[in-house]
Design a protein around this ligand. Structure first.
Ligand SMILES: [Zn+2]
Length: 350
């Protein structure tokens, strides 16, 4: 067997390096331990996934960093929140059981016979290192990585996301140890911040959100009621603004205060009920843009007038468009300053 080759990658910050120089290498112990915790956790995770989801779970790949790790695996559908919880629980239970983590150098064929998990597209030598967890082992994998010596050293395991990365492939991102501490601290401080904003405590946030939403609903309803009250006043005013064309058709074409589109339509309904026969085009600035509603009473539709056609031409003056039925149509525009000019065209159109 050829000797193992160990490669270190480095970065020269200052000075020079030549072949034959003697260097002193130093392991960043904390970082390495963070990585070891995450790595051993991938083995526990794989074993728990197989237990909860089934033996079809195969590792696709993994990325073990110091802050967190990800684990890709074959599974057809998204995990349910209950499955995620169960996997998390199993892994944490095995962490608390403080199971021994140990390796054995054995013959490759024997390892596979024993049921060791190997990566599909990985090449292995005749003798392999098998990493086992627990006695009897609850996880046996071919692995050359750095591990903790007892699962208790992992401290705590938390899945932070589960997602799809392609058909039949899922990805879990998780944290352990110090990474889990950072994650949980951050989550809690977010909770606290949200609670303060809502005037709640972290314990009653959900209740507070519910009551805030219903308060907003009430506020919305009150605002709509206010708007409708304003709309009635507007109708009174508009009824004094009726023009009559040379062929005797009553026309109202005015800009009004800002109303939401549904209230604008209600205004034309109220006018129709009063005038019985008329062409009404109203324009307003809603959410900072021109908005129009056109209404033609059925008797005038029978004479060839069409709200959809009228509004198309009116809205075009403000750089917009729209349409609708012959009796009722709506449109939006772009240029606010053209609102009055647009409304002035109505009488000529009728
Ligand atoms: Zn491994």
């Amino acid at each position: 067997m050829p000797p193992d080759i160990i490669i270190h990658q480095g970065h020269v910050n200052n000075g020079t390096l030549t072949i034959g120089d003697v260097v002193e290498a130093e392991v960043d112990g904390e970082r390495r331990f963070d990585i070891a915790r995450n790595h051993t956790a991938t083995h526990l995770l794989q074993s728990a996934l197989r237990q909860v989801l089934g033996e079809h779970v195969q590792q696709g790949g993994s990325l073990v960093a110091s802050e967190q790790f990800r684990f890709d695996f074959s599974h057809l559908i998204a995990m349910t929140p209950e499955e995620i919880e169960e996997v998390q629980h199993i892994v944490n239970q095995r962490i608390r059981q403080n199971l021994p983590v140990y390796d054995e150098e054995i013959d490759y064929k024997k390892a596979i016979e024993e049921g060791a998990i190997a990566l599909f597209n990985e090449k292995y030598g005749d003798t392999v290192r098998v990493l086992k967890i627990g006695q009897p082992s609850i996880s046996t994998e071919l692995c050359g990585g750095t591990h903790v010596s007892n699962t208790g050293e992992i401290g705590f395991f938390k899945i932070i996301s589960e997602s799809s990365i392609g058909s039949g492939l899922r990805r879990i991102e998780a944290v352990t140890g110090r990474g889990a501490e950072v994650f949980i601290e951050k989550s809690f401080s977010q909770w606290r911040e949200i609670a303060i904003k809502l005037g709640a405590t972290p314990d009653n946030i959900a209740e507070k959100v519910d009551s805030t939403i219903s308060a907003l609903d009430i506020e919305q309803k009150n605002r709509l009621a206010e708007e409708r009250k304003r709309a009635r006043k507007e109708v009174e005013y508009l009824l004094t603004q009726v023009e009559e064309t040379s062929n005797g058709i009553k026309v109202i074409s005015r800009s009004v205060d800002s109303f939401r589109p549904e209230v604008l339509r209600e205004i034309t309904d109220l006018i129709r009920d009063q005038l019985k026969s008329a062409v009404v085009v109203l324009g307003t600035i809603y959410e900072d843009k021109p908005a129009f509603v056109a209404m033609v009473t059925p008797d005038l539709v029978a004479r060839g007038y069409n709200a959809g056609n009228i509004i198309k031409q009116v809205a075009a003056v403000t750089g917009g468009g729209g349409g609708g039925k012959a009796t009722l149509a709506q449109a939006g525009g772009r240029f606010k300053d053209q609102l009055d000019a647009a409304l002035h065209t109505v009488v000529d159109l009728v």
